[in-house]
Design a protein around this ligand. Structure first.
Ligand code: ZN
Length: 103
């Protein structure tokens, strides 16, 4: 139960994370998993890929296929819409952080 609630919260944080990195430079799924693990999220490809797919369908990310060492690799970049959402989410995250850190 607790796990389920936290997962739902983290889903939002993870999406903000994805938008932030996709804005810096194109990334691929396996890279993002490593990145999120480093940040303390326990995430599997089975969780991440549907998130990326969903965010692409919503127009927050753009997908581009590149051939790397003879294999097709999908790179994701944050779209203009994604950046707009990120700006809003950042404001809210910052505000929340400010309030929480004073406790
Ligand atoms: Zn990061």
């Amino acid at each position: 139960m607790q796990d389920k609630i936290l997962r739902k919260f983290f889903l939002g944080f993870i999406q903000i994370h994805i938008l932030h990195h996709g804005k810096e430079e194109p990334f691929y799924g396996a890279w993002m998993i490593e990145e999120l693990i480093e940040h303390g999220y326990d995430i599997s490809p089975g969780t991440l890929y549907p998130i990326l797919k969903d965010m692409t369908q919503k127009g927050l990310l753009e997908k581009e296929e590149k051939i790397v060492k003879g294999k097709i690799r999908k790179y994701y970049t944050t779209t203009e819409l994604g950046e707009t959402i990120l700006v809003e989410a950042r404001k809210k995250a910052y505000e929340l952080f400010r309030e929480l850190k004073d406790d």
